[in-house]
Ligand binder design. Structure first.
Ligand code: UDP
Length: 346
């Protein structure tokens, strides 16, 4: 990918002065751990802040012991006193099942968490990137979704803790930018998948893959005609880094995602085939406020960041299936009964 090549070239010619001290909140999570790894590979020092509420410290096992890596086990909403050059704010459970377990905490993490990283950026002069989400578009009436679309969100529904929390965080980022000239970047992340998702994460690709590998029923919610567009985690990480290092004053918001749209039923069929599973597809009730369709318009990212995803769904799913097969083998060795996955039992 062009953006990636450009970043790699910049990094390879980096002097000591160019090496940055970078804070990644939620750095132990699925996307965060891949981001920490890439930043270390690029020669930076990385401070990973996480309370592991929805992730596993195993995600960062490979990074522990790296001389430029430091872990702070702490909630993002607590005040931060660190000297850093850049901050990626990724801290928040992102799976609907996980973020609805403790909705008050989800709102707090988004709003107080954004405030704490923005205060740190204000004090230190660090550039700060907010991992916002396609969820701010809600159940969209415009398709595909451009950044100019204001969204269609139920402010009191089950998803509101995440959707409105993230919308408030965006508002806070722009308020700190306007009022205090904080150097902000905002990206809206669409559905992302890949290795290091938890077995019991509850999102669709992990649920279907684990169900298929275990030979259990594959639980499609509704009739499966709702759509999503799935971005492989390596592509997403390249987009995050491209946005963080984009020109001064370009704040976004910018959509990051893969515009390859698929229905959930087609996804279930594809994963059944790819895993050669004997599982049956069963239909369950559709959860409240489940968006009917979702697909990013990524023209802005293409134009301003020279970024677009290069991993096809088949390539990304193959790597993800390998990961889950290894995870299941590991779990079976330690507890043969296995770990139940979170699926809605309507
Ligand atoms: N979904 C499903 N079966 C599952 C998990 C999810 O059919 O076991 C559906 C869900 O209802 C939604 C889509 O898959 O329409 C994507 O759900 P996910 O939780 O991954 O993320 P969302 O995009 O809704 O935030």
């Amino acid at each position: 990918m062009l953006a990636e090549i450009r970043t790699e070239m910049t990094e390879s010619s980096m002097t000591q002065r160019d090496k940055l001290r970078i804070l990644v909140t939620g750095g132990g999570g699925f996307i965060g751990s891949h981001l920490c790894q890439r930043l270390l590979d690029h020669g930076h020092s990385v401070i990973c802040l996480d309370n592991f509420v929805s992730s596993s410290p195993r995600n960062i096992d490979v990074l522990q012991g790296h001389p430029q890596f430091e872990l702070i086990q702490q909630d993002v909403s607590l005040p931060l006193t660190l000297q850093v050059d850049q901050i990626y704010n990724l801290a928040c459970p992102a799976s609907p099942v996980q973020y609805q377990l403790n909705p008050v905490q989800t709102i707090r993490t988004n709003v107080a968490g954004a405030t704490s990283v923005l205060e740190l950026a204000k004090t230190t002069g660090a550039r700060v990137l907010q991992a916002s989400t396609s969820e701010i578009y809600g159940d969209p009436a415009v398709h595909p979704q451009p950044e100019s679309y204001w969204g269609h969100v139920n402010p009191i529904g089950l998803r509101a803790c995440y959707d409105e929390g993230k919308r408030c965080a965006e508002a806070l980022f722009f308020a700190y930018h306007q009022q205090f000239a904080v150097d902000i970047k905002v990206v809206r992340i669409f559905n992302t998948y890949g290795p290091r998702t938890q077995l019991n994460d509850g999102r669709v690709i992990s649920n279907f893959t684990v169900q298929a590998l275990r030979g259990e029923d594959i639980t499609v919610y509704g009739d499966g005609s709702q759509t999503r567009s799935f971005c492989y985690v390596d592509d997403l990480v390249s987009g995050l880094i491209a946005m963080m290092n984009s020109e001064q004053g370009f704040t976004g918001p910018v959509n990051l995602g893969n515009p390859e749209e698929i229905t959930i039923l087609e996804l279930a069929q594809k994963l059944t085939e790819m895993t050669a599973s004997g599982s049956s597809i069963v239909l369950k009730a559709l959860p409240q406020d489940d968006p009917r369709q979702r697909m990013p318009d990524i023209q802005l990212a293409q134009q301003r960041l020279n970024w677009w995803p290069s991993t096809t769904l088949s390539q990304g799913l193959a790597r993800t299936i390998d990961y889950f097969a290894q995870e299941l083998a590991r779990v079976n060795r330690t507890s043969p009964a296995g770990q139940p996955i979170h699926s809605k039992d309507h």
